[in-house]
Design a protein around this ligand. Sequence first.
Ligand code: FVH
Length: 293
Amino acid sequence: MTQNTVEKAPVTLLGLGAMGTALARAWMADGHPLTVWNRTPARAAALGAEGARVADSAAEAVAANALVVVCLLDDASVEEVLGGTELAGRDLVNLTTGTPGQARARAEWARERGARYLDGGIMAVPPMVGVPEASGYVFYSGSRELFERHQETLGVPVGTRYVGEDAGFAALHDVALLSAMYGMFAGAAHAFALIRKEDIDPTSLAPLLADWLVAMAPAVHTTADQLKSGDYTKGVVSNIAMQVAGTPTFLSTAEQQGVSPELLSPFFELMRRRLAEGSGEEDLTGVIDLLLQ
Ligand code: FVH
C-alpha cells in the first residue's frame, strides 16, 4: 500500500444478473477487492476479465470475505445458493427482492447459522448503479451495527437508507414504493390507451403526462399529514364528493374511446364507498382505511 492509498474493504458478491453485474462493476471501479460467483459461470468469467476474483463455488466465495452480498432472483434462489455454504462469522447482506416475511425468516435463518444479517431493497435499476446523479439507493433494515460497519462500502454502488432494526422493513419500504409505481404505470397505460386510436402522437403526450405526474406527486405529503393527524379534511384541495361526481366523465370517455375501464374502476368504486359513508368533505385518504383488511 502506498502512502496515499486507502485499502478498500473486500466484498464477496453472489449473483451476477443485470443488477449483480452493475454492483460488481461499481465496487471494482471504486477499488474494492471483489470475489464473485454466479450459477452460470460465463457471467462471472466476464467480471474475472475485468479484475474480479472468480470463485469456483458459492461456498468458496462465502469463505473468501467477511462481507457477503447476495443479489439473486428470489428468496428460493438465496436458499439454494447459500444452503451449502458456511455462514458462521459472516456479515450477510441480502439485496434480493422479497417480502417482509421472507426477510424476517431469512434474518432468523442467518442468525441460526452464526451470521449477522442485513436485508436490502434496491430502489434503482442497473443503469443507475455507480451513477450518483441518478439518485438510486438501497433501503436497509436489520442490524444497525452491521449497517454502520459496512455503510461506506454499501454506499459505493448507490446510496443507502437505513429504515430500522426489523429485518422486514427494507422489503416493506421497497414493495410500498414499487406498488405506488405500478399504480402510476397503470394510470399512464390508461392515458395512452385513451389516445391510441386518435391522431395524437404518444411522444407528444408523454412529456405532458410526466410533468403532470410530477406536479401531483407532492399530494402524498398531504395524505401523510392527514393519516398522522387522523383529520382527513385537513388541507383538502379537491374533496371526494367533487371527485366522485367527476368519475362518470372518466368512464364515459373511456367508453367513447373504446377503452376498458378495468384499471380505473376499482379505485372509483372505493371512492364511491367512502363517499357513501358520509365523507364528502374529506380527501381521498379515507380510501386507505377501506383497503385495510
Ligand atoms: N434489474 C432490475 O431492474 C431490478 C431493480 C430493483 C432490484 N431488482 C432485484 O434484484 C435482484 C436481482 O435482479 P437482476 O436484475 O440481477 O436479475 P437477473 O438478471 O434475472 O439475475 C438473476 C440472478 O439470480 C441467479 N439465479 C436465479 N435463480 C437461481 C438459482 N436457482 N440458483 C442460483 N442462482 C440463481 C441468476 O443466475 P444465472 O441465471 O446467471 O445463472 C442471476 O445471477 C432480484 O431480486 C430483482 O427483483 C432488480
